[in-house]
Design a binder for this molecule. Structure first.
Ligand code: ATP
Ligand code: MG
Length: 475
């Protein structure tokens, strides 16, 4: 049979003290050395403060009181001279933690509020229909509405008419997918100003509300527009400048060309002059030798044909290639040389072309422009040789292949390019010549690299410069 005392002993987390005249006559419960308390007075066991509390309870001043006893918290009740001590240590710990969490939460809320108020973006909370529930100061200022006024508005009603429907869809999508980012639209402020805005919406599921961040991107868009216009103007300016330079380079080349024509014609013109003088002498004779006249005619025609061929060569040279075509690199180099070979000879310059065996010399590109590049390179080499007073000038061209590229190396022994000038020679208008335009190499680079997808490089070798033209031979 279970005894009463056993039941009392085993009530969980409870200590029971039975009193008579303030003296403990019985004690039950789960506490170490509890039986030692028997026959002791309350004031002998508890500290003064605790004893006073218990005394007030015994005097019926309180119905219940809370005390600390051996590091534990107890809620104490009195009934029929029996004190019941319920151990509430655990609950009070939880209560403490809850209190702490609450303080933390309040401070977090304050922090968040400060962030909202200081944010340089509009932050607002919407209900599931897009109606405003809250908006930070920035949003209120941006839209020129007070919070009271905003309660009657929605993110849809503040949109420009053409954005009303997309805004509604954005709200629905945010609810459906949890959020949407950087939705761009035009909002209208209270005074009617149109703002370009970028909105990000995030659905707060537990509250069935939407957090909306709004950035005013009007200035960004205006800046972008301005930038775009500026770029357009710059591009137009550049292509205009480019055209002027193309024109200048053709004029410069034409100058060189007329120089060459003069050289090419000087010799046949001299011959023609001599023949004509001879003719005058023959015409004074009585018997004109018809056979001799025929011979003279042949010779005159030869000279005239040569001169006319020269003109043809030059006029062909000045035609602009309209579209890319397959051409033989060696042949177009020879065409270019033909225009300048008299000048090379006059300056005692030896010219040499070497081609690696079994080379495919065809490339796809603009043949006339390519010829112009080669002519400019040879002309530059010739001028370097002449100005460096090199008595036995030599220009060499070597054509070889490197994987899928054709390499054309043009070297001279004109002393090369100074370290200081080397980085500038491809710049437009850079020249070291009195009458140079400085466009030749710039245009050559544009033609080879931009128009023909190749590369134009330069280096000094032992006694002169070496230019290398690399052209792709995609088959
Ligand atoms: N083979 C070379 N050897 C030494 N210097 C060179 C050589 N080729 C070019 N240069 C240098 O590069 C400069 C620029 O050459 P570029 O062909 O662009 O213009 P330019 O020959 O001076 O004038 P233009 O070609 O318009 O008559 C030349 O003035 C010269 O100083
Ligand atoms: Mg030049």
């Amino acid at each position: 049979m279970i005894k009463n005392s056993d039941i009392l002993k085993n009530i969980p987390k409870t200590i029971i003290l039975e009193l008579k005249n303030n003296t403990i006559i019985e004690c039950y419960g789960d506490k170490k050395n509890l039986s030692n308390l028997k026959n002791k007075k309350l004031q002998d066991i508890f500290k003064k403060r605790t004893y006073n509390l218990l005394k007030k309870l015994l005097n019926k001043k309180y119905n219940t009181t809370v005390i600390t006893w051996d590091n534990k918290e107890y809620e104490v009740h009195l009934k029929n001279k029996i004190l019941y001590f319920h151990d509430i240590t655990q609950y009070s710990n939880v209560e403490l933690q809850l209190k702490q969490s609450l303080t933390d939460l309040i401070s977090k809320k304050e922090e968040l509020q400060a962030v909202f108020d200081l944010a340089a973006n509009g932050i607002s909370i919407l209900d599931r229909n897009g109606m405003f529930l809250y908006a930070n100061k920035f949003f209120q200022n941006m839209m020129e509405y007070t919070m009271e006024e905003l309660y009657k508005e929605s993110c849809i009603s503040l949109s420009a008419p053409e954005y009303a429907k997309p805004s509604q869809t954005a709200v629905q999508k945010a609810i459906q997918y949890g959020g949407i980012e950087k939705f761009k639209k035009i909002c209208i402020t209270k005074s009617g100003v149109h703002l370009n805005a970028s909105m990000s919406l995030s659905y707060l599921e537990s509250r069935d509300e939407i957090l909306m961040i709004t950035s005013d991107i009007t200035e960004d868009i205006q800046y972008q527009d301005k930038l775009k216009k500026q770029v357009e103007i710059e591009v137009a300016k550049r292509s205009e400048q480019h055209e002027v330079m193309c024109h200048q380079s053709r004029l410069a080349a034409m100058g060189e060309m007329i120089d060459s024509i003069a050289h090419q014609w000087r010799q046949p013109l001299n011959s023609l002059g001599i023949i004509i003088q001879g003719l005058r002498h023959i015409s004074t004779q009585k018997d004109i030798d018809v056979k001799f006249l025929k011979e003279i005619e042949v010779e005159i025609m030869e000279k005239v044909n040569y001169m006319s061929q020269t003109i043809d060569d030059f006029s062909m040279f000045f035609r602009i290639s309209k579209q890319k075509e397959k051409f033989d690199v060696l042949k177009s180099i020879q065409d270019a040389i033909r225009l300048i070979d008299i000048q090379l000879k006059n300056n005692n310059i030896v010219f040499d072309i070497n081609v690696d065996d079994n080379l495919d010399l065809n490339v796809l590109g603009f043949v006339n422009e390519f010829r112009q590049v080669v002519l400019n390179m040879i002309h530059n080499a010739m001028m370097a040789i002449v100005t460096s007073n090199q008595k036995s000038g030599k220009i060499e061209i070597l054509i070889k292949s490197n994987r899928k590229n054709l390499h054309i190396e043009i070297s001279d022994n004109g002393g090369g390019i100074s370290k200081e000038n080397m980085p500038k020679i491809f710049n437009p208008y850079f020249t070291t010549k009195d009458k140079g335009s400085g466009i030749g190499l710039y245009m050559s680079k544009v033609i080879i690299e931009n128009h023909m997808d190749g590369l134009l490089a330069v280096k000094n070798k032992k006694d002169g410069a070496q230019f290398t033209i690399m052209l792709p031979q995609g088959k």
